[in-house]
Write a protein that binds this ligand. Structure first.
Ligand code: NI
Length: 134
């Protein structure tokens, strides 16, 4: 196999660049508005800054991954609250109602299908219709 041929035909390889997540966080200040920083296999890697209370919602068909880059995020469930600190992550299974709460600003990374709405099936003034790419 001719490797260089393979590499140049693979557009993902041509566009392969490392991403500095902390630098990406410096590019925006709006809260509750996830930005897409990468895509793979139909999934989006998103980052967001959040502060305050989000709305109760669930994602009918998608599991959702929260990974905390900075701060402390509480996620309320109907039967308990889970607190996530820097370096911790949680996968919320599809269909499970949740409500994120950040007393101070939290920086987080999300990993979910590109089609996922962050407010799930709930329509809110916080719902983002089209995600911005950084
Ligand atoms: Ni969610």
């Amino acid at each position: 196999m001719n490797l260089s041929n393979y590499y140049f035909k693979n557009t993902n390889y041509l566009h392969m660049n490392k991403i500095n997540i902390h630098k990406k966080f410096k590019l925006f200040n709006d809260q509750w508005s996830p930005k897409v920083i990468g895509e793979l296999n139909g999934q989006a890697v998103k980052i967001a800054k959040v502060k305050g209370e989000f709305v109760w919602h669930n994602h009918e068909h998608e599991d959702e991954l929260f990974y905390i880059i900075r701060g402390t995020l509480k996620i309320e469930f109907r039967d308990r609250t889970i607190e996530l600190n820097e370096g911790e992550m949680l996968i919320v299974p599809k269909g499970v109602e949740h409500k994120p709460i950040a007393e101070e600003e939290v920086w987080l990374m999300l990993f979910e299908p590109i089609s996922t709405k962050h407010t799930g099936t709930v329509k809110s003034e916080l719902t983002v219709e089209k995600y911005e790419y950084l």
